[in-house]
Design a protein around this ligand. Structure first.
Ligand code: HEC
Length: 103
């Protein structure tokens, strides 16, 4: 197909893709990202061999839902984990549902 049509199709597909993934929270995505990118370091840093304890310890940093968002962004930016904003949303939803249980 001629190049100019190729770009039009490309743009259309991109828009469909963005439209279909926007604002649908995916807890499973949050869970697998957590396992892949977050759990191990948290397990090591806490010294307890368990990457979930960080969230439920008494002196936890995230005291409310905005706090959870802040800490997730902080780890992402600070550590250059290269997560998309949608991934951060999924992660916040997953760890809040699983551990913090903030309203
Ligand atoms: C290379 C190590 C490392 C990685 C990778 C990492 N973190 Fe962290 N994270 C930390 C450390 C260290 C703390 C504790 C900071 C503190 O106590 O001041 C922390 C704290 C947090 C907290 C706050 C816990 C509390 O006290 O309430 C959240 C939420 C969090 N991380 C989310 C994430 C998420 C989500 C990811 C993966 C996308 C991630 N982190 C990846 C090192 C890491």
């Amino acid at each position: 197909m001629p190049v100019k049509y190729f770009f039009k199709v490309q743009v259309a597909l991109t828009l469909i893709f963005i439209g279909s993934t926007a604002n649908a929270i995916d807890l499973n995505n949050g869970k697998s990202l957590h396992q892949a990118k977050c759990y191990q370091c948290h397990a090591e840093k806490s010294g307890l061999g368990n990457g979930d304890i960080l969230y439920t310890r008494l002196d936890r940093k995230a005291k409310d839902l905005p706090g959870v968002k802040r800490m997730v962004s902080m780890c992402n930016t600070e550590l250059r984990l290269d997560l998309f904003p949608e991934d951060e949303v999924d992660l916040v939803a997953y760890i809040n549902q699983q551990f913090y249980k903030y309203q």
